[in-house]
Ligand binder design. Structure first.
Ligand SMILES: Cc1cc2nc3c(=O)[nH]c(=O)nc-3n(C[C@H](O)[C@H](O)[C@H](O)COP(=O)(O)OP(=O)(O)OC[C@H]3O[C@@H](n4cnc5c(N)ncnc54)[C@H](O)[C@@H]3O)c2cc1C
Length: 502
């Protein structure tokens, strides 16, 4: 028998973007959550500089997107390994990436978390864990004395070097680095242009991206120089820029210097008992195309409602296994595309030729679309047995009309609850919904569009009813006027637990 005392339902290790988003999702679902973070205050550093369509949609689903749009700038184009990609406005209300610094993303998420009542405890570093059948015991090193917390579940959102992952004994297989990139936010008074984007030279490449007036983010990439683990110095960044660009452009006054590589690794299990992993703790890769933070936020949105449902006793623990089943393949695909992107940036005439050929292919719509979907994650379909083409996919934000004045699908998801959307006034759907009335919201609406546009499918007839999970993925869909309610009941039970008695 384990220790049945608990201080909180869920402890999240790490107040980065993944941990904060997960905390918000759990609180929205009424779960008691404590975030423990080793840093005394937010670092203010920004590895990431942008978020993609699906993450913008996820924030829109929760009604907080405007906060992020107000602090960023939409970009009309993206890139795959530095080669330009175009976006398609018919695929999403938010087709374009938003350039916004990671420091702003973390601040906005932490403000939202505070509004929702999340406890974030800083200067608390997870240093030991053990689990039993009732919960997890978490040892913390704090600024004062060591402490012990007891929770029903622990989620490691503690980054690529995750202590939780290591202490839980979860393997992190993958590929070793083949290059070193150094990065720094500096002044570059002698740079002749405003902006340099992936300029290739015989020994590597460099970029100088203007982030704020007077400041540039310099990134140098050199190959076959495997990174060591010592902190990077400003002098090393200067020397690297001289090697790659032939000059340091008068580089001075560093605010931040760091390094990254193309090492790509993924946890072989996202869950062991009561311990789970999300974000960089579960996967690391070359940051080409800016996918890591996006994927962490989307891991959190997949896991949050499932973990809350298990904590509240609605769904069995096996629901948590769908988190690995759904999210592991997504990261596998990202690791794959980033390995391809790191191969495409190697120096040399062969890669120059390959980039040239690859770039010519990208003007074809289908190639552009394929690569766009790899990066913006709008085409993801989670495993499903259903034949309906919408099942497993993210719901499009279609125009609606409801008696309550709701005008589009994502407004229905603000509370983070599942929604049974009846677009055909079906008495059968209403009758079934009564069995899950405590957990699933029934919404009756008219679809304002005859066809819905779905990435990777194109235009399909608007469905007559849909069961939408809190993460915006479709658990069941029908085009029939008199739907098969046994399939609906199965989907409701699978995802949200058994019907109410009586
Ligand atoms: C150069 C560069 C550019 C990038 N650009 C983009 C981009 O444009 N878009 C994008 O989507 N991604 C980008 N990424 C990736 C992105 O920065 C990461 O994927 C993202 O930060 C992962 O978030 P996280 O919350 O999972 O982990 P982290 O951001 O690493 O947060 C982990 C947190 O856990 C804390 N922690 C660690 N150990 C412990 C412990 N034992 N106890 C308690 N707390 C602990 C840490 O202090 C930290 O606050 C980029 C990365 C790099 C290197």
């Amino acid at each position: 028998m384990g220790d049945t005392r608990t201080d909180t339902d869920v402890v999240i290790a790490g107040a980065g973007p993944t941990g904060l988003m997960l905390a918000c999702e759990l609180r929205l679902a009424g779960t008691d959550v404590t975030v423990v973070e080793k840093l005394a205050e937010r670092s203010g550093e920004s590895r990431a500089g942008g978020i993609h369509s699906r993450t913008l949609e996820v924030l829109d689903q929760r009604g907080v997107l405007d906060r992020f749009l107000a602090e960023g700038e939409l970009q009309p184009v993206g890139h795959f390994s530095g080669l330009y990609l175009e976006f398609d406005e018919s695929e999403s209300r938010h087709p374009y990436p938003l350039m916004i610094l990671q420091s702003a993303i973390e601040r906005l998420l932490e403000e939202w978390a505070a509004e929702l009542g999340v406890r974030v405890r800083r200067s608390c570093e997870v240093s030991g864990i053990s689990q039993d059948q009732d919960g997890v015991t978490i040892e913390l090193a704090t600024a004062t004395a060591p402490e012990v917390l007891r929770a029903r579940y622990l989620v490691g959102c503690d980054g690529g070097r995750s202590t939780v992952r290591k202490l839980a004994g979860i393997d992190f297989p993958g590929t070793e680095p083949t290059m070193t990139a150094l990065i720094g936010d500096v002044e570059l008074p002698d740079l002749p242009e405003d902006y340099v984007w992936v300029r290739r030279t015989p020994v590597g490449d460099y970029s100088a991206i203007a982030f704020e007036p007077g400041w540039h983010r310099v990134i140098t990439s050199e190959f076959d120089r495997v990174p060591d683990h010592q902190p990077v110095t400003f002098e090393q960044l200067r020397e690297s820029l001289i090697r790659v660009a032939g000059t340091d452009f008068g580089m001075r006054n560093p605010r931040w210097v760091s390094r990254f590589s193309d090492a790509a690794r993924q946890a072989d299990r996202y869950r062991t008992g009561r311990i789970l992993l999300a974000g960089d703790a579960a996967h690391i890769h070359f940051p080409a195309g800016g996918q890591g933070l996006n994927m962490g936020v989307q891991d959190a949105v997949n896991l949050g409602w499932k973990l809350a449902s298990v904590v509240h006793g609605h769904a069995p623990e096996s629901l948590l296994d769908t988190y690995h089943a759904e999210r592991h393949p997504v990261a596998e695909r990202v690791l794959h595309n980033t390995r391809a992107q790191s191969a495409l940036v190697r120096p040399g005439p062969q890669t120059d030729a390959l980039r040239d050929v690859f770039g010519s292919l990208m003007v074809f719509d289908e190639v552009n679309q394929y690569l766009r979907h790899l990066l913006n994650a709008l085409d993801i379909r989670y495993p499903t047995d259903s034949d309906h083409p919408l099942t497993g996919r993210r719901v499009p934000d279609a125009d609606l009309g409801t008696p309550e004045g709701v005008s589009r699908v994502y407004e229905l998801l603000h509370a983070g609850r599942p929604v049974l959307l009846d677009l055909h006034g079906s008495a059968e759907v209403t009758a079934v919904a009564k069995g899950w009335a405590d957990r699933v919201d029934l919404a009756e609406a008219r679809s304002e569009e005859e066809h819905w546009t779905v990435p990777a499918l194109g235009d399909i007839p608007a469905p007559t009813a849909l069961l939408i999970r809190p993460d915006g993925h479709i658990a069941w869909a029908t085009d029939d006027d008199t739907p098969d309610t046994s399939a609906l009941r199965t989907a409701l039970t699978t995802w949200f637990g058994p019907a109410l008695q009586g």
